[in-house]
Design a protein around this ligand. Structure first.
Ligand SMILES: [Fe+2]
Ligand SMILES: [Zn+2]
Length: 475
């Protein structure tokens, strides 16, 4: 829900409730301040991002204390505001500084929504900045305004911790870290995965926040984790178990396959996953604009011989190609491939390159995700080889062959035959999955599957990272 109400301060509002907001230096300080100002409740389930954390300060103090200011009083007003940062002068635009104000007038403390919009800031706004280090061990830039947003009182002051300004400069210059938590990815081949793979106990996963964090972190670093001893609820709703594994993290992503879906041998299969033949490495639902980020597969029955699951790190293969065959990597990054699903009255279609980078304009940027789903590939459309002797198509073809060879190399794959009660969780935008053929006539094989969107996973990882992550703010 979006509410836009410019709640103007009543006289004395700023003085009585605190007129500036900023970002706290650390979690402890922020918690203390938050609790004092807004009460314990709000703190409980709303851990904030490092940036947001930087922005809560006891504004009443600004008004009441005789602060020592590092810069001379009443500097002049400018559109480009200079701030002394670590002995150097950094220049910020008044629009950015004003837009970042999080005082209780500018950001509703209860809803955390902004009460003004960027467009409300007059183009003629000017700020004057003074720096103080006397507020709760925090270095602050205190900014007064000329030509402030219409309706704001004369004394409206914005207080921004210098940590916030440092972080803003760092983010502006480094797109790679524009995320909450940045553990290092581990690009793996089978040797590494056999060493690192984790089978976490269901009870611990359901009850312990630390185990949950461990699982989510592994999904980030390796893209793959197993939960074992997941109860098999044969009676009643047998989708409950996999749903419980999903909802421990957050909302489940429903698709036209349903909230959950079954992988087992059935007659007249509409999808190749529902037959008993070998199913090659692929990702699910690449033909959807919002391809699910996580996939969950809970083994309900594993009584048919065969049917081993295989996983392969597509990031490992792609990074190897970036190193060893940059021209082919470039083809994966730029050549458009069609994915489609036309069946049962549905028509899904996406055209996308194989490799998508965090910053598509920078070929050296980290990989964000990969699209690879041969069973659902449709005819090429953007380049069918009629121009330049088919050069682009030929280079892509060579790239696809190398990528296929690398991902299918047994030295790069992790193979595991899932036991009943195992549930695998993997990153469907990174880790390819495959299944060996199984003998359907000799016993039952049944997996219960579900999906989750990236935002839901990323949110939980960020929240737990704030609580338990030693690397949470370090990169
Ligand atoms: Fe699949
Ligand atoms: Zn404000």
């Amino acid at each position: 829900m979006f509410t836009r109400s410019l709640r103007l301060p009543s006289p004395g509002f700023i003085r009585s409730r605190g007129g500036a907001l900023g970002v706290g230096r650390g979690k402890v300080w922020t918690r203390r301040y938050s609790n004092a100002l807004y009460g314990e409740q709000q703190e409980a389930d709303q851990p904030s991002s490092p940036l947001d954390e930087a922005i809560k300060i006891p504004a009443a103090k600004l008004e009441n204390e005789n602060l020592h200011l590092d810069t001379p009083r009443k500097p002049s007003f400018h559109q480009q505001v200079e701030v002394e940062l670590d002995g150097k002068t950094a220049t910020f635009d008044s629009i950015f500084l004003r837009d970042s104000c999080k005082c209780p007038v500018c950001v509703n403390p209860s809803s955390t929504q902004k009460t003004f919009q960027t467009a409300d800031i007059p183009a003629s706004i000017e700020g004057s900045c003074q720096v103080t280090s006397e507020l709760d061990e925090m270095d602050l830039a205190l900014i007064n305004w000329k030509n402030d947003i219409s309706g704001y009182p004369e004394g409206h002051q914005t207080a921004l911790p210098l940590d916030f300004l440092r972080e803003s400069l760092r983010l502006e210059n480094n797109h790679q870290t524009r995320q909450h938590i940045i553990p290092q990815r581990a690009f793996w081949e089978s040797k590494m995965m056999n060493r690192d793979i984790a089978f976490l106990d269901y009870d611990s996963y359901m009850k312990s926040e630390k185990t949950l964090y461990q699982a989510l972190k592994l999904i980030y670093t390796h893209g793959l984790v197993f939960i074992k001893n997941v109860p098999d609820t044969t009676a009643g709703d047998n989708a409950q178990s996999v749903t419980s594994v999903v909802e421990r993290i957050g909302s489940l992503r429903e698709t036209f396959y349903g909230r959950t879906w079954d992988v087992k041998s059935v007659p007249n299969a509409k999808n190749v996953a529902y037959t008993n033949v070998y199913l090659g490495l692929h990702m699910d639902l690449c033909y959807m604009d919002n391809t699910p980020h996580l996939q969950f597969l809970h083994s309900m029955r594993a009584r048919a011989p065969g049917g081993e699951s295989m996983f392969s790190d597509s990031f490992y293969a792609a990074e190897k190609m970036r190193q060893e065959a940059p021209e082919l990597f470039e083809a994966l990054r730029t050549f458009d491939v069609t994915y489609h699903y036309f069946n049962d009255g549905m028509a899904y279609r996406q055209i996308r390159p194989t490799v998508e980078l965090v910053d598509m304009g920078d070929p050296t940027s980290p990989i964000k995700l990969i699209n690879w789903s041969p069973p659902f590939q449709g005819p090429f459309t953007h380049d069918i080889g009629t121009k330049d002797g088919g050069k682009a198509l030929k280079v892509y073809h060579a790239a696809a062959q190398m990528f296929d060879q690398l991902t299918n190399d047994t030295a790069n794959m992790y193979e595991y035959r899932m036991n009943e009660g195992d549930c695998v969780i993997f990153d469907n935008r990174r880790v390819l999955h495959a299944r060996r053929a199984f003998e359907a006539a000799k016993g039952e094989r049944w997996l219960k599957g579900a999906y989750m969107d990236r935002d839901v996973y990323a949110s939980k990882l960020a929240v737990l990272g704030e609580m338990y992550g030693e690397e949470g703010k370090s990169q």
